[in-house]
Design a protein around this ligand. Sequence first.
Ligand code: EPU
Length: 333
Amino acid sequence: MGMGMDERIDALKRMTGLEVAADMPLSRLSSLGIGGAADACVTALDELALASILATARKLDMPCRVIGSGTNLVWTDAGWRGVVVRLGDGFRRIEFTARSEREQQVTAGAAVIISGLINRCMEQGRSGVEGLAGIPGTVGGAVYQNSGNSDFSISDALASVTFLDLGSGQIRTASVEELGMSYRHSRFQDQPAVILSAAFKTKPMAREQILAEVERRLKRRGETQPTGKSVGCIFRNPPGDSAGRLIDAAGLKNTKVGGLRVSDKHANFMLNEGGATFRDFTELVDKVRSEVRRRFGVNLELEVTIVGGAKGNGDSEDPAVRRWKVSGEGDFH
Ligand code: EPU
């Protein structure tokens, strides 16, 4: 294209007719509060706006990344060269559709916050998604990640997902069986797509009963997990064990690098106590990993998603970042 970044940002504004924020601190777009800046950040109010942003950014050679609320997302210090896209009001709708006398589906836009979806279902006396109580983030992010806890995952409630296939440019709906959902995994992690909405199976249940279940889950979470700036569990649980238990047993609670500390309440959480950087994150993760490997012979894998550069780790100037699995354009969180 031969255009500088400022010119491209101006062109993006002009061609989409949208407000574009330049030099957006990505620390604001992650609950861990770490990250450099994005060249541009824009909100897509509906599917048409989303299509326009993606097409325009492609013309301008600006890599696009669509995100949710950033509760499982760690940005690198280098930030994002291109456009970060957030989903606006048109992706916050919740609709109930009768399938039969008992069965109803609830369809939620990708930007609906999980707790909001649970509350709406509760008001309607519909059971199905309350097992997700306490999980932060959006419906789109939770589907991408197959979010859940020890006894319930979003795939247990899911009926189908509607998404924009970035390969073909088509909007498609796939049933849960087609989405390859397993522990913290969905097909969306391997194929470029933007999740637009998700439909969940629900059945009738008394509001009080749903509320009791929600409160039980929130209470348990409050007792076992810290509040504060975090992205929840950092590592995936190895088969048959808990990463938190292993890190705790290795004596690593409270280990600190820079502004980042292993929680003393739940050892699989890292808390940003102020000014933490991605470099701190990489050092602390390395420390925890090597100690757990040394003590127990277990290799911990990251559960959170790291995003940076534009094409992933391959194009990072920073060798410390290059050896990490950093994902690039086209994924959704
Ligand atoms: N444990 C320790 N020390 C710790 C943390 C845990 O000894 O510092 C022990 C606990 O006492 C318990 C066992 O480890 O015996 C399991 O702990 P917990 O019930 O807290 O569950 P978890 O396996 O650590 C998983 C999910 C959480 C989810 C909880 C609750 C993963 C990686 N983690 O944690 O998900 O909230 O179950 O259901 O799958 C997340 O994904 O961000 C997340 C927080």
